[in-house]
Ligand binder design. Structure first.
Ligand code: ZN
Length: 93
């Protein structure tokens, strides 16, 4: 193995661990928001804090954490287009 390919390998390692860390933090952020905001968390608010795939995180919370979360039409803001908000109802188990 020459020096160059060793460097590439090291860089790949770093990138993958950083990404895993980031998605874990995003999940925790969404959990925290759902717990604090009984009126619901709007999808656009997740976008504002750089969480573009809120629906994927909600799916994970529902299926892997047993959270009961409703997807409703957002009535927290005046949206031009239809937007959803996520409302936490408690844990199923
Ligand atoms: Zn909204």
């Amino acid at each position: 193995m020459n020096m160059e390919s060793l460097m590439e390998w090291a860089e790949e390692e770093e990138t993958s661990s950083v990404q895993a860390d980031k998605s874990y933090t995003q999940l925790e952020t969404v959990q925290q928001m759902l717990l604090e905001r009984i009126e619901g968390v709007c999808n656009t608010e997740l976008l504002k804090i750089y969480i573009p795939r809120g629906s994927a995180l909600i799916w994970t919370l529902r299926h892997e954490h047993g959270w009961d979360i409703d997807t409703l039409e957002c009535d927290l803001h005046e949206h031009k287009n239809r937007q959803v908000k996520y409302v936490y109802n408690g844990r199923k188990y």
